[in-house]
Design a protein. Structure first.
Length: 176
């Protein structure tokens, strides 16, 4: 279960708007400082860890740039959209950013309202109005991967790849 303040974005939000081109090769923590700067300057200073992005149709369209990684580094709690671009969704799974398609969700919320999201039964509720919708179910294996941080942490925890050493962890956190 996740609860977070809602931030509204429209239709066809592309990965160029989420993560502008000049920042795609920077560490994730640096990328996070520039999320949505072209279409919502200063937004990153208003949002808090765990907040929820609610968008219209085709969220994350465009290139395969790692926009979900920047949103995760910003501590976005979840992305809910009427529809999510398939490549963007796959990157959400890989990088451990929770994302759900929920037709009608863009009409369920006003900006600043509180969303409650259940990943057990895929219910999305507006805590202010009491109204709710069902999101498109996602296979348990994909939800688990997102909740466990993405593909690399999952492979480490399952013993398929060696865990990172303390030095590697330190180096990665310095890059993020």
């Amino acid at each position: 279960m996740l609860k977070g303040k809602v931030w509204i974005f429209g239709d066809d939000i592309n990965t160029d708007l989420i993560l502008p081109t000049p920042y795609i090769y920077m560490p994730a923590r640096e990328q996070a400082r520039h999320v949505f700067e072209a279409n919502r300057p200063g937004w990153i200073n208003e949002m808090n860890a765990g907040d929820v992005i609610v968008a219209g149709r085709n969220f994350g369209m465009g290139s395969s740039r790692p926009a979900p990684l920047a949103l995760k580094a910003l501590s976005v709690g979840c992305v809910l959209a009427d529809s999510v671009n398939a490549l963007f969704f796959r990157n959400c799974v890989s990088f451990g950013l929770l994302a759900l398609e929920c037709p009608g969700v863009s009409q369920l919320f006003g900006e600043g309202e509180l969303a409650q999201v259940s990943f057990d039964d895929f219910t999305v509720a507006n805590c202010s109005s009491g109204k709710s919708l069902k999101a498109v179910p996602v296979p348990e294996s994909l939800i688990s991967m997102m909740q466990r941080g993405g593909i690399m942490p999952l492979l480490e925890s399952e013993g398929f790849i060696a865990p990172r050493t303390a030095a590697e962890e330190l180096q990665q956190s310095a890059q993020q």
